[in-house]
Ligand binder design. Sequence first.
Ligand SMILES: [Zn+2]
Ligand SMILES: [Zn+2]
Ligand SMILES: [Zn+2]
Length: 343
Amino acid sequence: MTQTDEPDHTERPDTRPGVSMPGPPPTTLLPPEVIEDIAVRAGSPGFHRWLDQVRRVGGCAQPVHLSGGDPHGYHTGHEPSGTLLVPCKTRRASRCPACAEVYRGDTWQLLRAGLAGGKGTPATVAGHPRLFLTLTAPSFGPVHTRREKDGRALACRPRRASGNCEHGRPAWCGRRHPAGDPDLGQPLCPACFDYSGAVLFNAHAGALWNAFTKTAVPAALGHLAGLSRAELRRQVRVGFAKVAEFQARGLVHLHAAVRLDGPDGPDGVPPTWASAGVLDAAVRAAAVRVEVMTPESAAVGACLLRWGEQIDTQPISGGDGTVSEEAVAAYVSKYATKSAGTT
Ligand SMILES: [Zn+2]
Ligand SMILES: [Zn+2]
Ligand SMILES: [Zn+2]
């Protein structure tokens, strides 16, 4: 390929959305019947109302067509297309990039406001104890993992004395898996891996989360403060904002922003005993203790589910060495759409 220093005077079509294209329209890209549709649409009497609707869906790739009416006399039959277009509002970037981006932005704004104030939340919440929590799934059997030390990949699972599993497969793996290796997250031995346990965990992660937030955290907080459940409710409230993310091994793990408020929620001032340290201790204790029993099934019986041993809490503050509100909000909202797309 050669390059010249001659300035290029030919006008290139600008592909950015909403920018008019100079030069001839790219007619070769569109089939004639589409061009005809465009011409008919542009010449139809309801064109401006239709264009208005298209603008309102904000670039949605798969808008929902509503039809019907309301008691005030509105009926979609009066719309140019006979339907009312509304955005699909998916969270999945793979389904509709425009709506997923709106969701990501909304999540960011909500979390940012929840942690630092704004959007109806008082700025004083920035002074409340807050932390960023990560809860993982337990192990359901050894899987291929990428381990790193100082930026260098280490052997997946170094060989130990016991060479093979009961199925005769090596219980170790000396490979240094590159990032993106399709083997990452795959079991070393599929027969050893507890697939039903993994599926049950994903299915009950929501129930485990509910038990954690509604029962375990208040119980742990009450225990630390020496207060009954009723008295605790008169003094503090704990707010959570969480997102679920899928790990390489296909299991759910959760990130959450946790905030300790006074009894009236964000507007209330937490009592002096309710420090960031007390919140951290209560959240950790609750994460270790909480458990959910799955319903009895003929195939696997009832399973007792808990979070994995890897529980991480980080205090949220703008100061040095701690996670900033913006970082948490950006991190959580990123996973809100990314994880939804990888289901
Ligand atoms: Zn959409
Ligand atoms: Zn491996
Ligand atoms: Zn095995």
